[in-house]
Write a protein that binds this ligand. Structure first.
Ligand SMILES: C[S@@+](CC[C@H](N)C(=O)[O-])C[C@H]1O[C@@H](n2cnc3c(N)ncnc32)[C@H](O)[C@@H]1O
Length: 387
């Protein structure tokens, strides 16, 4: 059994934990922005392929107590790095996090861990200089309460880079954040969904992938695929099994609109890429089925009317600090009151980092989730009105 650690937006740990359980793996504890879990060998590839709300997945290679640099070095040296890295691997100890521990100089810890890995590989392979001309392999280290966890990155590019979004336009939402919002809303495929500020289409596309049960990682590779522990034949079997889970027998009503026609074209293009990616996965198992694209139109949100009695409006309107000035954002949030009346029985989910959103929008909710995605502190306002 392996211990894996998945990273996520701070505030999304519970949702990620549920996703992990849903995949059949056992969560092994949370900390802000990460969830540990136990998984079999398949979990290394499958968690990267299937998790929608994780930013990265790491394999834990060691966990030990260290109160001084010798113990830190010995623990890292004891890992059989030769099983996990290639002879030409470029080893980057890129992230160190320390808290409540005797060892707290992140710079020194980084140097010592790198030296331990380098020395171990040199000793095992009988070479004094590793060429480090190949792929980059990233190692992350946590030192918490004098406990050291040494983690090897299995993802490579962060998992929000699904491969379908070639152009994000201005201030796109992370795909993983969109996936978190859908889970926070407990959205189900039978509920119509509309994003009136769709930008590059992220929310609608993530909703479609979820609705059709398409694993989000079909369109990309993972760092794991360059490691000696990678079992390519098994990964193909896992992909085929996940492709077999894609639902082509369901009808969904997912739409988006934006005032900017260029954004609408981008959204259409990105949705096309995502659905082609899903279509390819189906083709690989001999199924020639078409995945229905979400519909995008150009419209000012205030010109919209509800096409169904119930549904979900899910969006991230312009933030203010990133798009235009704060005054502009305020007047837009005030105008957004029309969504409240025009989509009378629809639930609303609105994410923004603008602290004045709720008072300007004019409707209170007790359900506000704090989500820290990247460096941005955002609040997600949930209004449940549907039946
Ligand atoms: C923060 S971006 C949305 C990003 C999007 N979620 C994505 O992932 O790409 C806000 C979007 O609101 C759009 N917008 C601004 N004012 C609008 C209005 N009055 N009606 C509709 N869309 C508007 C902008 O063109 C922009 O694409």
């Amino acid at each position: 059994m392996n211990t894996l650690v998945a990273l996520c937006a701070i505030g999304a740990e519970k949702i990620l934990g549920n996703e992990i359980k849903h995949l059949g793996y056992k969560p092994a504890g949370n900390a802000p922005g990460r969830v540990a879990f136990y998984g079999d060998d398949d979990a290394l590839f499958r968690s990267n392929l299937c998790l929608r709300t994780a930013d990265r997945v790491y394999l834990q290679l060691a966990k030990y107590e260290a109160f001084n640099f010798d113990e830190l070095y010995d623990g890292a040296y004891s890992v059989n790095w030769q099983d996990f890295l290639k002879k030409d691997s470029r080893i980057i100890v890129d992230k160190i996090r320390t808290s409540r521990s005797k060892l707290n100089s992140e710079h020194s810890i980084q140097g010592i861990i790198h030296k331990a890995i380098y020395s171990k590989l040199g000793d095992v392979w009988h070479i004094s200089n590793l060429p480090e001309t190949g792929e980059e392999n990233n190692v992350r280290v946590y030192v918490e309460d004098n406990n050291v966890s040494v983690l090897l990155d299995l993802s490579g590019l962060p998992l929000h880079k699904r491969g379908y979004r070639t152009d994000g336009g201005i201030a796109p939402l992370r795909e993983t954040t969109a996936a978190v919002l859908l889970q926070e809303m407990m959205w189900r495929r039978k509920t119509p969904l509309h994003d009136p500020f769709c930008g590059s289409g992220t929310i609608a596309i993530e909703a479609a992938l979820y609705a059709y049960n398409v694993a989000p990682g079909f369109g990309r590779r993972f760092a794991l695929e360059n490691l000696p522990i990678f079992n390519a034949a098994r990964a193909e079997e896992i992909k085929a099994r996940e492709a077999g889970q894609i639902r082509t027998d369901v009808e969904v009503r997912i739409t988006g609109s934006d005032i900017d026609d260029k954004a609408v074209s981008r959204a259409k293009q990105n949705a096309e890429h995502a659905c082609v990616m899903a279509g390819r996965a189906l083709k690989s198992i001999g199924i020639n089925s078409h995945i229905q694209r979400p519909d995008f139109i150009q419209s000012d949100f205030s010109d919209l009317s509800a096409p169904y009695e119930n549904g979900l409006i899910l969006c991230n309107p312009p933030y203010g600090e990133r798009l235009g000035d704060d005054e502009e954002a305020r007047s837009l949030y005030k105008k957004m009151r029309s969504l409240w009346t025009d989509f009378e029985n629809w639930d609303l989910g609105i994410i923004t980092s603008n602290p004045n959103f709720m008072e300007t929008f004019g409707h209170k909710t007790g359900s506000i989730k704090k989500i820290k995605a990247g460096n941005l502190d955002t609040s997600f306002y949930i209004y449940r009105r549907g039946k």
